[in-house]
Ligand binder design. Sequence first.
Ligand code: CU
Ligand code: ZN
Length: 195
Amino acid sequence: MKRVLFGLAIGASAIAMAGCAGSDKSATAATAAPSAMAASASGGGSTKAAATLAAKSGTNTAGRVTFDQQSGGVLVGVLVTGLAPGSVHGFHVHEKGDCSAPDGMSAGGHFNPGGKPHGQMTGGGDHHAGDMNNLTADASGNARVQFLMPAVTVAPGANSVVGKAVIVHKDPDDYRTQPTGNAGGRIACGVIAAS
Ligand code: CU
Ligand code: ZN
């Protein structure tokens, strides 16, 4: 519980100072374990990553997703534009960092280093490491959200999101259908790179 609250607090400061490197240092120094502080201070490119999303399948969807390693998981910051107002969209990290196909299928399936079934990130059960909750567009067709992703890392390793891809789907993820969540086509794609 404490770690979740910590992640949310950092998230609020990250949104206020997006792009300002080291802006969360004061909060980190106040609450993080020494090991996490050391990793953050020396991390360079290994604690932050980002993906710029480009439209696929003939849509105008675009966006930016950032990944910031925290002590309890990876803090994900999302801004997606060009959606239908109020629409709901499946959203995942996919296994291949390849957005070359016009329909986004080059990104492969959901990122699943643990060999788990598809599920809901916040559902309490098994899920792919790359499963994230559905995005909901506001009245202007934008989706803006921050959350902690528990089963991935930014740092190199089997669960690292660096070199993978972020996909926005046409339809909502039902969190049940295997192995895709039945979320339909792929309307935006971006390769995740260390930043
Ligand atoms: Cu997907
Ligand atoms: Zn999945």
